[in-house]
Structures are given as structure tokens and as C-alpha cells.
Design a protein around this ligand. Structure first.
Ligand code: ZN
Length: 427
């Protein structure tokens, strides 16, 4: 088998996805496999490109065969010896899962455990924590993208607490006043404890209490919008229409950073940091795991005690939450390369982008681990050195074996030929 294998991903129709052909997930699925028809009445939320048993990728030339079967047939060829020894597999599993997300409605506010907490939770409650792994995630925006990411700086939370009566009342006068009085002189550790006390009050309030204050607050965004400012007032109204009277209006809208990413900007979500995606299309890469601790905007199980006790309660401005792209020395030629390289072993993501012209070319020297490549814009060709080149159009996905040189050439003039490549390479 070639070292460059065309594959087909698996679409997931979660309720928060964009509908029908408005969804990048549906567009890509149909373009990669025209026999897939798009149902305009269905949401298309995620396209999984990997070996996860819940929705595994298959070979484009033989839809009955899984990518994981190919990898399992010769793991050292398809994963490389280093990756194989760190992430041993008997069933051809990759250490990462690469996805396209097309988001119409806010996802649940959540955090993920680190490795030691993941192991503990899995032992104590395996039905809610299905594995013992950590779950670092990174999102790279492919359209304008909006998310919650980490706690707002304490003074910003304090201003909202003092200004918005329903927030103050939900938290209670005692905790709210202590927070206000102490944050300016608090040590970093005390600041964390103060933030935890406010967050704990919000998260442990009864649903009836939350609903009562949420209704009043939403009404206030209309009667006194100047109290919130136009962006926050709009956000609260919008998310309330998606999840009426939800605790996420408080623990999300009023306590977490509201981040906007331009296409090509990325954020890495550290363990034990609260986050939620709100709208837009992204490439997402994560370590293979299903461990999620949820806080709001969800009908699913919320483990409030674990959540309140485990978060780091660090606060950072939005700009510091972003994962800055680095240069990528192994890429040469006419394309621009941006490497998103978060501080974990399981994955990095490379963006390769040409200008909107035909006849440009670029090369990428071998990466010492497995990769998945998807074309998101424009068109061109892709080849492994010494082999016949293959078409590369939006939605086309390839698995690339370790240590082979890739050649790319552009053939689109309307839009810039653009690819994303997730890979695992160990130092
Ligand atoms: Zn997450």
C-alpha cells in the first residue's frame, strides 16, 4: 500500500451543528465522497478523521476497510517506531483525533482532567469517565470563530458582579462583597480561592434559583443594555435563546473570556481550564479520550463537585489564551507554513497555504510519525516522492505514513489552496 492513503471521515450529527449544506462538515463529506447526500433538515456538527472506534475513518477506495486495519497490519510502518513505543496499539489506533467542527449553537461549557485526575475519575466513576487519559484540545479557526476560553481577569468579574444585580444576588452578598473587598490585595493563591468561591456559588445554586435570576437578567439586557455593553448583551440574549435560563449565562457569559479568533488563529485548551465553543468552523485536534467535566449549556450529566474542586482558577487575558503559530523549517517552496505546536506529545497541527494562483509548488520533508491531511480551500495535487500525484480538493482527506516527503502543487486561481495536517512526532 502507498504511504499516502485517501480516506473518508465520519460525520456526526450533534444538535449544535450547522444545518445541511451550510455546514463545512456536510460540504467536505459530500465533496470527498459524492455518494454522500446532504440532508438539509439535519445538523452536521463534526467530521471525525481518525481511528476512534465510535466513528472510524475508512479507505476511499474500499469503504469496508478501516484506516485502523491498515495501521494494525504494520504498526511500525504506519506509526513509526517511536510513536509506536510510546503509544502501543493492537488495533491500529492513532494517539490523536483530528476533526472539522461546524458550530451553530454553543457547546457545553466544560473542562478536561489532566492525566492524574483522569485516572482517579475513571476508577471512581467509569460510566461518566470512560478512560483514564487526559484530553488536551486545540482549535484552529477556519472561519471567524467565537468561544469561551478560561476565566476573565478578576477585576472584570468584579465589575460585572457589582453592576449586574442578578449576578450579585445569585452569588450572595457575603461572597460577592468579600470578593470585591479582597481581590485588589490578594496573592495569586488567594485570588484563586476567591474566584473558586464565586464560581462555586453559581454552580451549586438550585436550577430554580438560577432560572429566576436568569430571566430577570435577560430582561435587563433589554431594559438596560448599557449595563452590559452591546457585545455581552447580545451574547446573553443569543445564548439564552439556545439554552433558556441556563447557568451558563452566569458561569460562561459573565465569568469566562469571550474570545474571537480570525481564520488561522488558534487556541490550546489546557487541562482543567473551562471552555466552550460558541460559533464558527474550526479544525480541532485532541488526544484520544472522552473525558469531559461539564458545567453549563448542556442537558448531560454535570459533576459539579469535581468541576468546582478541580479547576486551576488561573485568569489570563484573551490574547494569552491563543496558541501562536511557529515557523516550520521542513516546509519549502511557494507555500506559507504555520505550525501550531502545543505543549503536549500527542499532536501538532500544520497549516499549509498557497496564494490564489495556479502552478505554485511546495515540499514537506518527512515527519517521524503518522499524519492526517485535509484540504479546506482551493485545489491542487498531492504526492509522495516517487509516486503518482493525487487530486487535492476541499474535503479530500489523506493518511500519510511517517518519513515520506510530500509534494504539493496548486491549481486553483479563485481561492488559496489550503491544507491542514495533524501529526504526532516525538522529540
Ligand atoms: Zn473541550
Amino acid at each position: 500500500m502507498s504511504s499516502l492513503i485517501p480516506i473518508v471521515g465520519a460525520a456526526q450529527n450533534y444538535a449544535w451543528g450547522k444545518y445541511g449544506s451550510k455546514s463545512a462538515v456536510a460540504q467536505f463529506s459530500h465533496s470527498n465522497d459524492p455518494s454522500v447526500s446532504i440532508d438539509e433538515t439535519k445538523p452536521y456538527a463534526e467530521l471525525w478523521m481518525g481511528t476512534h472506534a465510535k466513528a472510524p475513518a475508512t479507505l476511499k477506495d474500499n469503504r469496508k476497510k478501516l484506516l485502523s486495519d491498515v495501521i494494525a497490519s504494520d504498526p511500525s510502518k504506519y506509526l513509526g517506531s517511536k510513536v509506536l513505543s510510546q503509544y502501543p496499539t493492537t488495533n491500529g489506533g492513532l494517539p490523536f483525533l483530528f476533526k472539522v467542527l461546524s458550530i451553530n449553537k454553543v457547546l457545553s461549557i466544560q473542562a478536561h482532567p489532566d492525566k492524574s485526575l483522569g485516572a482517579k475519575l475513571h476508577v471512581a466513576d467509569p460510566s461518566h469517565y470512560p478512560d483514564s487519559n487526559h484530553k488536551p484540545e486545540m482549535a484552529v479557526a477556519i472561519t471567524d470563530f467565537e468561544a469561551f476560553c478560561g476565566f476573565k481577569p478578576l477585576p472584570e468579574i468584579d465589575v460585572l458582579l457589582q453592576k449586574i444585580p442578578e449576578f450579585y444576588q445569585l452569588v450572595g452578598a457575603e461572597v460577592a462583597q468579600t470578593f470585591h473587598d479582597k481581590i485588589s490585595s490578594a496573592s495569586r493563591e488567594d485570588g484563586r480561592r476567591l474566584l473558586q468561591s464565586v464560581f462555586g456559588k453559581v454552580m451549586t445554586a438550585s436550577p430554580e434559583t438560577v432560572a429566576k435570576y436568569a430571566k430577570k437578567m435577560v430582561a435587563r439586557t433589554k431594559s438596560q443594555p448599557e449595563l452590559f455593553g452591546p457585545v455581552l448583551a447580545d451574547l446573553i440574549q443569543r445564548l439564552n435563546s439556545q439554552f433558556p435560563d441556563d447557568v451558563g449565562l452566569f458561569c460562561g457569559c459573565l465569568m469566562l473570556n469571550h474570545c474571537f479568533l480570525n481564520p488561522g488563529e488558534a487556541m490550546f485548551l489546557h487541562a482543567k481550564e473551562p471552555h466552550a465553543y460558541i460559533s464558527g468552523n474550526i479544525m480541532e485536534c485532541m488526544a484520544t479520550s472522552d473525558n469531559v467535566i461539564r458545567a453549563g449549556f448542556t442537558p448531560k450529566f454535570k459533576d459539579v463537585d469535581t468541576l468546582v474542586s478541580c479547576l486551576t482558577y488561573t485568569t489570563n487575558p484573551v490574547e494569552e489564551q491563543k496558541q501562536k503559530p511557529e515557523d516550520f523549517a521542513r516546509g519549502t517552496g511557494d507555500a506559507k507554513f504555520a505550525l501550531y505546536n502545543p505543549p503536549i506529545d500527542e499532536f501538532s497541527v500544520l497549516q499549509v497555504k498557497f496564494e490564489a494562483r495556479t502552478g505554485l509548488s511546495a515540499h514537506i520533508a518527512g515527519i517521524h510519525g503518522p499524519s492526517i491531511v485535509i484540504v479546506t480551500d482551493g485545489s491542487g495535487e498531492i504526492a509522495v516522492k516517487g509516486e503518482k500525484s493525487q487530486k487535492a480538493e476541499p474535503g479530500y482527506i489523506y493518511f500519510v505514513a511517517p518519513d515520506v516527503e510530500l509534494s504539493l502543487s496548486s491549481s486553483s486561481s479563485g481561492s488559496p489552496f489550503t491544507l491542514y495536517r495533524a501529526f504526532c512526532e516525538l522529540e
